[in-house]
Design a protein around this ligand. Structure first.
Ligand SMILES: *[C@@H]1O[C@H](CO)[C@@H](O)[C@H](O)[C@H]1NC(C)=O
Length: 125
């Protein structure tokens, strides 16, 4: 049951990822699909936790997730996705001050699905 569902998903993905029959390399038409995710969903939490851990690692910071304000997933035409998050985090190096941050996390397509990449992390006051 699980296996056949998975197969159908893969076939669907392959079908959808077939390039359109247009000549001349990169198309200028870029249709993307945006979806606002529930801030309390497991996925939103997973992406926010990743973004903070990655930022802490790269910047030697000590931010701790306090609240996810919004999480939008942008589905790209090539089957990959990007998450745009607004979140509140406590800065453990600064008296646990609560600050607002914007994070952008890229996630590959079906074939490298597990990999997240932090593309942007910045303060939003
Ligand atoms: C898919 O498209 C997005 C948006 O254009 C781009 O950032 C990303 O690198 C692409 N991914 C692949 C695997 O080509």
């Amino acid at each position: 049951m699980m296996r056949s569902n998975c197969l159908i998903m893969i076939m669907l993905a392959l079908l959808l990822s077939t390039p359109p029959c247009s000549a001349g390399g990169k198309s200028s038409i870029k249709e993307e699909f945006r979806l606002n995710m529930a801030v309390n969903s497991r996925k939103a939490n997973e992406v926010a936790t990743f973004a903070l851990a990655e930022h802490n690692h790269i910047s030697h910071a000590n931010l701790r997730l306090s609240q996810i304000l919004s999480c939008t997933k942008i589905y790209h035409t090539n089957q990959s996705g990007t998450f745009a998050l607004l979140l509140l985090a406590k800065d453990e190096d600064n008296n646990y001050r609560l600050k607002k941050f914007f994070a952008r996390v890229y996630q590959g397509n079906l074939f490298d699905y597990s990999k997240y990449q932090l593309q942007k992390f910045e303060s939003r006051e």
